[in-house]
Ligand binder design. Structure first.
Ligand SMILES: N[C@@H](CCOP(=O)(O)O)C(=O)O
Length: 429
């Protein structure tokens, strides 16, 4: 498998190069030169396959021989070393819980896979790699945890000051060792723009920068796994499958669409967003126009310029008609999110986090158009990560899992910056 830059088809690299570079030299996102098809038998027998086997079969064509079979199987096994339960919420509606990993968010899958690949791929590099990552909430903690103590890798996490939850902040600022945190006076989009600028800065070549956001193929591609695991869990279904994905940087939904392109029978996707509705507006007007990033309760989705949307367009050959046939995009206010959390808790006896609530609302809105479908929304983070919002709203105490209690005791260590110049100085130092 080769990958080309979405800005220039002539820039073609291997999986290893794409992963170690993060972004192409022309600032383009890497994209597979071909979309492999999984054999019919794979889908027919999926119910009898282990999650490790499924993960291996799915990712193998994208990695090729750059990691040997035994190592790749081990990487997948360790990546998927927790549960992905599918919980029925009401008739024909399910939550796919993706928060049972170490940092209680769906990002654990991509971060663990990428960190383990780097242990293999970067081994031969004499130089240290610096992983630069922007987070609006959950990526930072997952990447910090995934890369903690990995030899030859320094991690620098940029997050928007005052715009992540207290638990998310602890997760990314307290580990120390090879993990450094930078709080930015700005939004997630400012953080992401600085990260992308740093990759292209000749003065920083010596730092061997790469990305651990979903712009990196090694973080993005493994997110396909849980769509296949969801399909296995559902078993035989007699209606079209519709998946609603809470969307911020659009890496997750894009991975789901790639899974579909590999042959996974998902009939329709819903991109469920908060007030940061650039894609929703694009779907209505065909004009892509990011605005100022808005702060919302579903903070990990506070992204106004989602990096992966270009990959989605590429998957559909930049054909809006083809895209509309598969994708609906909706945006919901914080008020609607709070009402959904309450409604799901009291009427369905299920506790959902603000991101999952937006996903659920996506299914509900789609239901106004079509009724005959099996709907799954992705529950992307554990509700305990948002105590500020949920405990007050429902007047309950959520028990903090043991692994988070430890993090809570850690001391925040972060430096504050306001612009790219300061980031550059930090990286050069
Ligand atoms: N939702 C994210 C924003 C970055 O997304 P990524 O998947 O590209 O890392 C977060 O939680 O930080």
């Amino acid at each position: 498998m080769k990958y080309y830059s979405l800005n220039n088809r002539d820039i073609v690299v291997s999986f290893k190069e794409a992963a170690l570079q993060g972004l192409a030299p022309d600032k383009g996102l890497y994209f597979p030169t071909e979309i492999p098809q999984l054999p019919k038998a794979f889908f027919e027998n999926i119910g009898s396959l282990s999650k490790e086997e499924i993960g291996y079969q799915v990712i193998k064509p994208f990695v090729g021989n750059e990691i040997n079979e035994a190592d790749l199987r081990q990487i997948v096994k360790e990546t998927l070393d927790f549960d992905f339960p599918l919980v029925q919420i009401e008739k024909n509606k399910y939550a796919l819980e993706l928060f049972h990993g170490p940092t209680l968010a769906f990002k654990d899958v991509g971060a663990r896979f990428m960190a383990r690949c780097f242990q293999k791929l970067a081994r031969d590099n004499a130089k240290k790699v610096t992983v630069l990552v922007a987070t609006s909430g959950d990526t930072g903690g997952a990447v910090a945890h995934g890369f903690y103590g990995v030899e030859g890798v320094e991690v620098v996490i940029l997050y928007p000051k005052g715009k992540v939850s207290s638990i998310q902040e602890k997760q990314l600022t307290t580990l120390g060792k090879n993990i450094k945190a930078i709080e930015v006076n700005g939004s997630f989009d400012d953080c992401q723009a600085m990260v992308k600028r740093a990759f292209l800065d000749d003065d920083l070549k010596g730092a061997h920068l790469t990305s651990a956001n979903s712009i990196n193929v090694a973080r993005w591609l493994p997110q396909m796994f849980y769509y296949f695991l969801m399909y296995r869990e559902l078993g035989k279904i007699d209606k079209p499958l519709v998946v609603s994905v809470p969307s911020g940087n659009f890496g997750n939904i894009c991975a789901g669409m790639l899974a579909r392109a590999l042959g996974l029978p998902i009939a329709h996707f819903i991109a469920a967003t908060n007030a940061n509705d650039t894609v929703v507006r694009y779907m209505d007007t065909a004009i892509y126009q990011p605005t100022t990033t808005k702060v919302t309760l579903s903070n990990a989705m506070d992204v106004s310029d989602p990096s992966n949307f270009v990959r989605i367009l590429a998957l559909f050959g930049n054909e809006n008609k083809a895209l509309h046939a598969i994708l609906d995009a909706y945006s919901f206010t914080d008020q609607q999110t709070l009402e959904a959390i309450k409604d799901i808790y009291y009427a369905k006896d299920y506790l959902v986090d603000p991101h999952g609530a937006v996903g659920y609302l996506g299914l509900k809105q789609y239901e106004e158009k079509k009724t005959e479908f099996i709907g799954v929304f992705l529950e992307t983070a554990h509700p305990v990560k948002f105590p500020e919002c949920i405990e007050q709203l429902l007047n309950i105490d959520i028990e903090i899992p043991k692994r988070l209690q430890e993090i809570q005791k850690g001391v925040k260590k972060a430096i504050e910056i306001s612009d790219y110049k300061e980031l550059k100085r930090f990286l050069l130092d």
